[in-house]
Write a protein that binds this ligand. Structure first.
Ligand code: ASP
Ligand code: MG
Length: 439
């Protein structure tokens, strides 16, 4: 059995949903995981924001506009009045439910319920469309099997047992449809796997049923060797190891959500990135195989801030790094890259929400400098230290660029540079030339 996940843009209109239906109708058993239609989760966040601010009339306006859009999607998706009516009854019922939240107290608990509605709508609409088209499918409610534990981490045992139970209970079909992103937490409340979490759902489901393959369908042709938004000439990368994919996802490649890699890797289930616009294209296969002696790809992460703390007295004292890291931890800010020297430590972060507080706490231990408007450029591949000259090639590409930090040797798979945002285009072009011979 395979698991196929389609993201928001892949189900973003009636026409796209019809394409997906064609794609999955090939008489092979599968679980299809869907995101909310594109833009919907953002709109649900907007509605929640208004409700937190007690601006019920603005919330109602946004709800009504969104409901209007869905009315149109429904008109376009189904050909018979019978199915248009059926779909509108479900979808309008969900909007009425959302409207109810404008009348009562609104907390984070209600917000999570609202955020879950996008996937409930898209899967119901899609399942009904398959029915109307005479394709047998079964809708599996994710809220009955997807669950997080007391640490808000997926409870894999619960998921495995309950997914199996639900599949047995709801009957047999080649095509099961289910919601990505949404789950229940340890208290039985509706929750989610964080924004972009549908990839994670697919990976967890794949691991739970020991799938033959997990397919992540988007509207780009797999992963490219460099950022196609910045560099003209890029090419698709056909094979990646899970470790390489994890580095790329974490360091900004918009291919799949970073959390998605782990469950598939542990269960040794290959993940294939495929393109709904070009379903025949081979895409990118992510597996436990590493191709030796190859640099695979470059990823960029924007809006990075570097923080340097200098202390000639304290640095070598044991416990210094722990104190520094504890400050970041207390503000729930994770550090991306760390570089140390005899007299100082530099760290990079992408979440600057508590930057002022962090800086003032750090000042207890030394002088602090902050550099903003940076980006991380991460070169990923078989960068084992036994491969002589690989890191030198990457560094060579930076010969006319100011480099704020370099990190190498943290894993076998990457070398990361922190540079000014304004030098990003130049750095990516230089790397394309030096590492892939593309001018
Ligand atoms: N709909 C959710 C979001 O927009 C989950 C996802 O699409 O992966 O974040
Ligand atoms: Mg996504």
């Amino acid at each position: 059995m395979k698991v196929l996940k389609f993201g928001g843009t892949s189900v973003g209109s009636a026409a796209r949903m019809k394409e997906v239906a064609k794609l999955i109708n090939d008489n092979t058993p599968k679980i299809v995981v869907l995101s909310a239609m594109s833009g919907t989760t953002n709109t649900l966040v907007e509605i929640s924001d208004y409700l937190h601010k007690k601006n019920t009339s603005a919330a109602s306006d946004v709800i009504n506009t969104l409901a209007g859009k869905y009315k149109k999607h429904i008109d376009e998706l189904y050909s018979t009045q019978e199915y248009k009516d059926k779909a509108w009854e479900i979808v309008n019922g969900i909007f009425d439910y959302i409207r109810n939240f404008t009348k009562d107290m609104f907390t984070l608990f209600e917000e999570k319920i609202i955020l879950a509605q996008g996937e409930l709508i898209s899967t119901n609409m899609f399942n009904l469309y398959l029915q109307e088209s005479g394709i047998k499918s079964i809708l599996l409610p994710a809220l009955e099997y997807m669950r997080t534990d007391k640490d808000s981490e997926p409870d894999c045992v619960f998921i495995r047992e309950n997914l199996k139970r639900v599949m047995d209970e709801y009957g047999k079909a080649d095509i099961y449809i289910t919601q990505g992103y949404i789950c229940k937490n340890i208290y039985g409340e509706i929750d989610n796997l964080q924004r972009g979490g549908s990839d994670y759902s697919a990976s967890l489901i794949g691991a739970a049923i020991n799938a033959d393959e997990i397919q992540i369908w988007t509207d780009i042709d797999g992963l490219h060797n460099n950022d196609p938004r910045v560099v003209d000439k890029t090419f698709p990368v056909r094979n990646l190891s899970f470790d390489e994919a994890a580095e790329l996802a974490y360091f900004g490649a918009k291919i799949l959500h970073p959390t998605c890699v782990q469950p598939a890797k542990s269960a040794n289930i290959p993940v294939r990135l495929l393109n709904t616009m070009e379903p025949e294209a081979p895409g990118t296969l992510i597996s436990n195989e590493t191709e030796k002696n190859k640099i695979k790809a470059i990823a960029v992460k924007d809006n990075i801030t570097a923080i340097k703390i200098k202390s000639s007295r304290m640095l070598l004292a044991h416990g210094f790094l722990r104190k520094i890291f504890e400050i970041f931890e207390s503000y729930h800010t994770s550090i991306d890259v760390v570089v140390t020297s005899e007299v100082g430590v530099s760290m990079s972060i992408d979440n600057t929400k508590n930057l002022d507080e962090i800086v003032s706490d750090l000042k207890k231990y030394g002088t602090v400098e902050v550099d903003s408007d940076l980006c991380t450029v991460c070169v990923v591949g078989d960068l084992d230290y036994a491969n002589v000259g690989f890191e030198a090639k990457a560094i060579d590409a930076m010969d006319d660029i100011q480099v704020r930090m370099i990190s190498y040797g943290g894993s076998r798979y990457n070398i990361t540079f922190l540079i000014k945002a304004e030098d990003k285009v130049k750095a990516l072009k230089n790397l394309n030339e030096k590492l892939f011979n593309i001018k």
